[in-house]
Write a protein that binds this ligand. Structure first.
Ligand code: FEO
Ligand code: CA
Ligand code: CA
Length: 853
């Protein structure tokens, strides 16, 4: 392996994943001039507000079954439903802090847990050998889950009440350096590597929507797609001279799929997968323009498969066209284990990141596709036939025939200085055109027949001056808004000597951290023109000179770098997984939610972080189940078999395993809390958020009382545990430095939330009454201006009584409601259940913030 590093990128990634693409010349050295800043009529950006679903809070009806105790049922009244996230999504979480790039940890928000669904080497069939770190074989690997899971999709199996699902995963590449003992015979290693590539289909099962999925050995739909699996070519280039080899004399089929990256779920239930870095598997003749344009050459490949199988060397007689069998979009039917997967030539051949489909208003299927290479292009495919709802057999033909376009962008702000600073008109934006390469089965490229346009798509596109992009990864249309999002992951060559300079859609010279483009098709989704703007210019605002989050305050976002895969939740929030953050902003890669609509547009919140050296793939967000899935690819890839850098996820002392992970809410149940009680939701929330944890014996003790130390601690946690500098003089005689509530009490005293007694004590163990709790919460909110009541807020709280204002405020804010008899009972001791209820309503339901005006 060559010791080559792009930037701080791992040399292992460079060699194994990208075949050292950066080391060679830029593949796209075409004279194609990017259309730069052609002034266009100032586009009024389409209104971005109000596109999502209304964020209304549903009111939960308190359970009627059972007979909750009188006090529990009435102390706080029925609780509103769980608070909701942007757009009304039920997946509410507290943003995690970025995790240092050396941490071999998988991190999720408080109140969530994670669990692998399936790992490299897990057997899909009972007749497979158990995985053995010391004795892996190609025969075993054919029947086991492959390596480096990238694109992942999960579909529920109909009529199983949500209990069964079928998962599709592709296996992008292999890391032999950490998979196999040193000295493994090269041919054995090559054979294992080939079988560890490809695809997997595997059935999943769970007890109910709250429990994690487990995979099912020997399930009917289980299938491995390995090195010799047959794929049929479809479309205009199928049968072309350019696809004929010694193994495929008619050029209508091939074997295997390698270097798969992202993919997409079609509306008819099949899966697409993009053949991306296929070039790294072939040794070719050095001198052809085509080979150079696709990043291939005469050097031996990193894996050396050409020494084992003649098709990986295109200088072998009969195999001159074998590299033409890769670089396609693959379509797989996971519902039919006997089906032959297909490679669709109509969608063009390049380093396909993936393809994502939306049905246009005129019913044509539209696929968006990125060519993931520095300075390469963005493509769109429009099916010739129309989608017919429910007719799967017909819809399965849609990608076999259609028109292929490549994108040209223009900006409206004049030349860019490459800094990434927002232009004077306030946004990176403009218009664009889809330039045809193939229309109605005919080539639109002079001097190239249609089969040549489709096989040598990069060369064909070069002739029509598309925009050279900063590595288009996932390109995903939102089914909620119909807008299309393009993850441009990075391009450290932008604006460097001899390379294309910045433009408005790729505005940063040496674009280390990437950006996200938002495209809004003008007219029909299948049409030829669009408007665009940048949603994000990524980075860590504390480290980068210029970042942009659609105007959202940069100090309130999670740092994000190298956007790669995209997904949407059920209400249209965008989710981004990253690949490369350790080498740019120094944090492990992760999964992030981005709000697209309303005042919070551009808000980035980190949801998960993956272990050392790993990239975050998948992702799948099932927010209605409050769950998400990510594929953790190449954990610990900078290690060696004998000196691993990661032991994730088993931590068994052997080595790391790529795995698909499910993230789901921690199950919180207490032996003494009936789920039917009114405070149940508040108790679960306060335990999940670590505000009022349960006891070690599995109880919550809802009727236990709350001392002053405990209440200060709950409020301190609710405020997010702010930093506390130690006081010069201790404020209380009975609260020492080692006190369990020391920091919380000091904080609460400084904030004026608690006070001491005349004798200089705090009395930390003294019970808090309900009226004292009201006072503390009122002060926690910043003692907002509130009129003294003129009428009794409760029959037992007279106007002018001690704390009447605070109690009235508590009632008005909906934090406390009445007992059955309508009283507040100010002098009764606060129970833990009522404390949970007050805090839940304060923070999560009523959104009363600490120090609210
Ligand atoms: Fe395999 Fe484009 O990342
Ligand atoms: Ca502009
Ligand atoms: Ca990718």
């Amino acid at each position: 392996m060559k010791d080559h590093v792009a930037g701080k990128r791992s040399p292992v990634t460079c060699a194994l994943k990208c075949a050292n693409a950066c080391l060679g010349e830029t593949c796209n050295s075409s004279a194609n001039a990017t259309f730069r800043d052609i002034a266009s009529a100032a586009l009024s950006r389409r209104a971005l507000l109000g596109g999502g679903a209304a964020g209304a809070l549903a009111i939960a009806v308190a359970g009627t079954a059972g007979a909750p105790s009188a006090e529990a049922a009435t102390a706080a009244g029925p609780l509103p439903a769980r608070p909701t996230a942007p757009g009304g999504s039920p997946l509410e979480f507290t943003t995690i802090q970025p995790v240092e790039h050396t941490a071999d940890e998988f991190t999720v928000p408080e109140g969530f847990r994670w669990q692998p669904v399936i790992k490299w080497g897990d057997k899909l069939f009972s007749d497979a050998p158990d995985f053995d770190w010391e004795d892996q074989s190609a025969e075993a690997q054919r029947l086991q889950f492959g390596y480096n899971n990238d694109y992942t999709e999960i579909q529920e199996i109909p009529h199983t009440s949500g209990r069964r699902a079928v998962m599709f995963v592709n296996h992008e590449y292999t890391n032999e350096n950490i998979m196999l003992p040193p000295g493994t015979d090269p041919e054995v290693a090559a054979r294992i590597g080939m079988e560890a590539h490809g695809l997997s289909v595997v059935e999943l099962e769970r007890e109910n929507a709250d429990s994690p999925y487990e995979y099912v050995v020997d399930a009917d739909l289980n299938r491995r797609f390995v090195a010799d699996t047959r794929y049929d070519f479809t479309g205009p280039a199928a049968g072309s001279e350019l696809l004929r080899t010694a193994d495929s004399r008619r050029g209508r089929h091939t074997r295997g799929t390698f270097g798969n990256c992202s993919g997409g779920l079609t509306p008819w239930g099949t899966l697409l997968s993009g053949e991306e870095n296929f070039n790294g598997y072939f040794r070719t003749a050095a001198d052809s323009a085509e080979n150079k344009r696709y990043g291939m050459g005469a050097e031996p490949t990193v894996r050396g498969w050409e020494d084992v199988d003649p098709r990986f060397d295109t200088t072998n007689e009969g195999y001159e066209n074998s590299a033409h069998h890769f670089g396609w979009i693959v379509e797989v039917d996971p519902w039919d284990p006997e089906s032959t997967p297909r490679k669709h030539t109509a969608m063009g051949r390049f380093k396909h990141e993936g393809a994502n489909i939306i049905i246009a208003e005129d019913r044509h299927a539209v696929a968006y596709m990125g060519d993931d290479e520095k300075f390469d292009y963005l493509y769109k495919f429009v099916s010739r036939k129309k989608y017919v709802e429910g007719n799967t057999r017909h819809n399965m033909q849609l990608l076999e025939d259609g028109d292929l376009y490549v994108a040209r962008f223009s900006g409206n702000s004049g030349p860019m200085d490459g800094s990434g600073e927002v232009p004077a008109d306030g946004s990176f934006d403009g218009t664009g055109t889809w330039i045809p390469l193939v229309v109605d089965g005919e080539s639109r490229v002079e001097g190239m027949d249609v089969d040549e346009v489709l096989v040598r798509t990069r060369l064909a596109a070069d002739t029509v001056s598309p925009t050279k992009m900063d590595r288009c990864e996932d390109v995903q249309p939102s089914l909620t808004s119909r807008k299309v999002y393009v993850a441009c992951t990075n391009n450290d060559g932008r604006g460097t000597e001899g390379k294309e300079g910045p433009d408005e859609v790729n505005p940063r010279t040496v674009n280390r951290d990437g950006h996200v483009v938002e495209i809004d098709e003008l007219g029909n989704q299948s049409g030829a023109s669009f408007a665009w703007n940048l949603l994000l210019v990524c980075g860590d605002p504390e480290q980068n000179d210029a970042t942009y989050f659609s105007g959202f305050p940069t100090e309130k976002v999670s740092p994000i770098s190298c956007p790669d895969n995209l997904a949407f939740d059920s209400v249209g929030n965008l989710w981004i997984s990253t690949d490369g953050a350790p080498s740019t902003i120094g944090f492990n890669d992760g999964l992030f939610r981005v709000t697209l609509d309303g005042k919070q547009r551009g808000r980035v919140e980190q949801f998960a972080s993956v272990p050392v050296d790993a990239e975050t793939c998948g992702p799948i967000v099932h927010d209605q189940d409050r769950t998400a899935f990510v594929s953790v690819q190449h954990p610990g890839e900078d290690g060696s078999y004998e000196k691993q850098t990661s032991y994730w996820p088993e931590f068994a002392g052997t080595g790391p395993k790529p795995a698909v992970v499910q993230i789901l809410p921690s199950t919180v149940s207490f032996s003494d809390v009936d789920p039917e009680t009114a405070e149940y939701q508040a108790i679960v929330w306060s335990a999940q958020h670590g505000i009022i944890p349960g006891r070690e014996d599995g109880t919550f003790r809802p009727q236990g009382t709350v001392g002053r130390r405990a209440m200060a601690t709950f409020l301190y946690r609710l405020a997010g545990k702010p930093e506390v500098t130690p006081p010069r003089n201790e404020p209380f005689g009975d609260v020492e430095k080692g006190d369990a509530g020391y920091r919380a009490i000091i904080w609460a005293q400084r904030e004026g939330i608690v006070r001491g007694y005349g004798d200089g004590t705090f009395r930390p163990a003294q019970k808090v009454t309900r009226e004292e709790a009201a006072v503390m919460l009122y002060r926690y909110a910043g003692s907002p201006a509130y009129p003294s009541p003129t009428k009794p807020p409760y029959p037992d709280v007279e106007p002018g009584a001690r704390n009447a204002t605070e109690i009235a405020w508590l009632k008005a804010r909906g934090i406390a409601t009445t007992w059955e008899d309508g009283t507040f009972r100010p002098t009764v001791a606060l129970t833990r259940a009522s404390a949970a209820s007050f805090l839940y309503r304060t923070d999560a339901v009523q959104h009363v913030a600490f120090r609210e005006g």
